[in-house]
Write a protein that binds this ligand. Structure first.
Ligand SMILES: Cc1cc2nc3c(=O)[nH]c(=O)nc-3n(C[C@H](O)[C@H](O)[C@H](O)COP(=O)(O)OP(=O)(O)OC[C@H]3O[C@@H](n4cnc5c(N)ncnc54)[C@H](O)[C@@H]3O)c2cc1C
Length: 326
């Protein structure tokens, strides 16, 4: 059983899989625990027979499992009731929740219910004088703000996906898995989960892609996008873009990388004709390898690129297509 002062991570899962935000939070929580001698507890609400506990057992000291078919799919009301009782009972120091559609629903309601303060959409967490401070981006990523909390028995923080990318070997704990009693007065869910509707057919989830071919304003014209899409398809990549491409309605919003788009963490990020504005590169901090092609050798994208090519993006695209053919 966890002790006072643990760091709690609320496990997020969807369609039978733990979502990567969970591992990102567990990694960050683990770092804080190591530095400050806290214990790390993962809190899992899952349906009967959903075998998630083993997936996270190397990431936490304790996994508290609430198993009930009412928890098979996310429902903020029931989750809030269970987690509220748990945190009031166990007083975790910090509770991390993903800043996802799930967490954005749960965290504010939980904050009101438990009377714990919450900071949302945080990209870093520091602990000073026994209290956490949450780092958030403001003005569309142009500035960072440090959010202090009023004194409280515990603090809630929602974490931006992609902010903490666990390196290999980050899972170095061995959890004690504890089956928890479901509160006997927990009522039926007030909402019925009907179905999970994926983004419409033909749409893509760039945040999960391993190889992104990303275009910026350097692509010049809407008509040129097809050639790059073709290249991406041939290389097994997914097309993404910078904001102007979306603003000009050349691609739908779900392709956009950056602070007002999505954070991505592909193995390879190929940036074609993207200058590397802060708002854009903030979204690719989780990329393993960044390759940039830009005509301007002073383009800021080269500051974050692992490999850079100063050239016209279309000649590089053509050369790549030739290479693939050959
Ligand atoms: C509140 C706010 C939020 C924002 N959020 C985002 C966001 O989420 N994502 C985002 O991307 N931006 C965002 N922006 C916009 C951001 O500041 C930049 O304006 C944007 O990222 C620039 O996009 P770009 O690199 O495609 O275009 P540009 O900055 O115009 O760069 C185009 C680049 O292409 C190069 N180029 C031109 N032709 C060629 C060619 N033929 N071959 C090779 N290179 C070529 C040029 O040298 C140049 O470097 C945001 C801005 C604000 C204020």
């Amino acid at each position: 059983m966890s002790k006072m002062g643990d760091i709690f991570v609320i496990v997020e899962h969807r369609k039978g899989e733990i979502r990567s935000i969970t591992f990102e939070m567990l990694y960050k929580a683990g770092e804080i625990c190591k530095a400050l001698n806290h214990k790390l507890t993962a809190v899992l609400l899952a349906g009967k027979g959903q075998p998630f506990a083993s997936d996270i057992s190397k990431w936490a000291d304790t996994v508290l499992v609430f198993e009930d078919d009412r928890f098979m799919d996310f429902d903020s009301d029931t989750y809030k009731e269970v987690i509220n009782r748990l945190i009031l009972q166990q007083s975790p120091f910090i509770t991390l929740i993903g800043h996802t559609s799930w967490g954005m629903d749960l965290a504010p309601a939980l904050s009101v219910r438990a009377g714990y303060p919450v900071a949302t959409d945080c990209v870093d967490i520091i602990v000073e004088g026994g209290r956490p401070k949450a780092i958030r981006q403001t003005y569309g990523g142009k500035a960072f703000s440090r959010v202090s909390f009023r004194e409280s028995p515990g603090y809630l923080i929602t974490v931006r996906p992609g902010a903490f990318i666990p390196p290999d070997g980050a899972a170095d704990r061995q959890a004690n898995v504890v089956m928890m009693d479901i509160p006997s007065d927990l009522g039926p869910a007030k909402r019925d989960f009907v179905e999970f509707v994926d983004t419409a057919a033909g749409e893509v989830d760039i945040s999960q892609a391993e190889f992104l071919v990303s275009i910026g304003r350097g692509v010049g014209e809407k008509e040129n996008i097809d050639a790059i899409k073709d290249l991406a398809d041939k290389m097994g990549g997914t097309l993404s873009c910078s904001r102007p491409i979306v603003d000009m309605n050349w691609l739908p919003k779900y392709h956009q990388v950056g602070t007002s788009g999505k954070s991505v963490r592909p193995k390879i990020y190929l940036a074609l004709g993207i200058s590397g504005a802060f708002q854009h590169v903030a979204g690719i901090s989780g990329a393993q390898t960044v390759i940039a092609v830009n005509k301007d050798k002073k383009a800021p994208i080269f500051r974050v690129a692992d490999y850079g090519v100063v050239d016209d993006l279309f000649s590089i695209a053509d050369a790549l297509k030739e290479k693939i053919k050959g």
